[in-house]
Design a protein around this ligand. Structure first.
Ligand SMILES: [Zn+2]
Length: 376
């Protein structure tokens, strides 16, 4: 069934507010109660939604809550980072049925990367005894550069030899469904919008940092892409003009300062006494604390510039680094407050993102569903 614009509006609202009454739907979408009744009837018949529990007490009319039908579609989500690849199969409500993860370092350097990704996905399906034909759409998020047509992965700076990958083409043999490719920061935006805290926000930013810095920016309700889909590359803005060479070719990128390997490297450079930065930090070692404070400042300066440029309502930050080094987070926050324009920081929320290490994975699953049902 081809969905009408109003049906898409209803489905989007149900997706964002799982378990919503028709009355609330009318309020959320601005559609009349009569239209909502007709539209939900068609969507129930099409199997897109299901009725759930009844709410309302006493003698008043009971309201039935509506949910997305979990079994209408199954999706495959793939999150390709510079260090790790995560894959999952979910139902239509993004409940994860099965997931797997792989290290980029374990993939044979000379092996064709597209074929490896497809074979891993096929294995994942075999693990749960599901035929590949059950998948309605595949969403792929990549920590790298995706071409303007959003089909070709041009480069993953942290993963050598992962270049010019045509993943939709590679999947065509084993999966007969559409494949959507997107830059990872932008899939993280989707996760925060449709399964997180940014439901009603038009101006927000998601930043994750672990082995690379990934960022997505939503400005005025539009995903920031730039002319060639390379806009918003926060990790590769210059943060230290005297810094070392980055995997992207530039020198002194933010990513050269605030990722795990670089923090560790800096700690060693300063003759840190403990075997690892994490251990030293836990023991309150001064060198470790200094390294983290300086990294927090660099991160804060970069984000101050972003705040001044785009004036977001919220910045959602994620990745285990902020848990391991709380002082880095605090220093980053302090630097933003100190350096960004006071009118741009008015009411600015700095919060943790909703899904931790699964932010990109959920984003990829949501990408699959949204591009399938509501093509952009
Ligand atoms: Zn770089």
């Amino acid at each position: 069934m081809e969905l009408t614009a109003s049906e898409k509006t209803i489905l989007t609202a149900i997706g964002a507010n799982d378990g919503i009454s028709r009355k609330e739907l009318a309020k959320a979408t601005g559609l009349s109660p009569g239209s909502v009744t007709l539209l939900t009837k068609a969507l129930l018949q099409g199997g897109y939604i299901v009725e759930g529990e009844r709410i309302g007490a006493g003698l008043g009319r009971k309201e039935v809550l509506l949910h997305a039908n979990p079994d209408k579609f199954y999706f495959l989500g793939i999150d390709i980072g510079g260090y790790r690849v995560r894959m999952a199969v979910s139902d239509n409500r993004f409940a994860i049925l099965h997931e797997a993860e792989f290290l980029i370092a374990d993939v044979d350097e000379d092996a064709p990367k597209e074929a490896w990704v497809v074979a891993s996905a096929v294995r994942l399906m075999e693990d749960i005894g599901m035929d590949t034909s059950a998948i309605a759409a595949i969403g792929i998020g990549v920590t790298g550069i995706v071409d303007a047509g959003r089909s070709l992965v041009l480069s993953i700076p942290n993963a050598k030899h992962w270049e010019r990958l045509d993943l939709p083409q590679a999947f065509r043999q084993s999966f007969r469904c559409p494949v959507y490719v997107e830059e990872g920061g932008r899939t993280m935006l989707l996760a925060e919008k449709f399964m997180g805290k940014a439901k009603d926000e038009a101006d927000y930013i998601v930043v994750h940092s672990a082995y690379s810095v990934v960022a997505g920016m939503m400005i005025g309700g539009q995903t920031l892409r730039g002319a060639r889909n390379a806009g918003g590359l926060l990790g590769h803005i210059t943060a230290d003009p005297n810094g070392t060479r980055c995997t992207c070719g530039n020198y002194g990128c933010l990513e050269n300062i605030v990722t795990y390997p670089m923090l560790e490297h800096e700690y060693k450079n300063r003759d840190g006494q403990y075997p690892s930065l994490i251990e030293a930090y836990r023991l309150n070692d001064k060198t470790a604390i200094d390294v983290c404070i300086e990294a927090g400042q660099a991160f804060g300066i970069a984000l101050s510039n972003v705040v001044n440029l785009f004036n977001p309502v919220s910045i959602y930050l994620g990745g285990p680094m902020f848990d391991d080094f709380p002082i880095l987070f605090e220093e980053m926050k302090r630097t933003i407050t100190l350096r960004a324009n006071r009118f741009a920081t008015l009411g600015l929320q700095l919060e943790r993102s909703s899904h931790n290490h699964r932010q990109g994975l959920y984003g990829a699953l949501i990408l699959a569903k949204h591009e399938l049902l509501f093509p952009s």
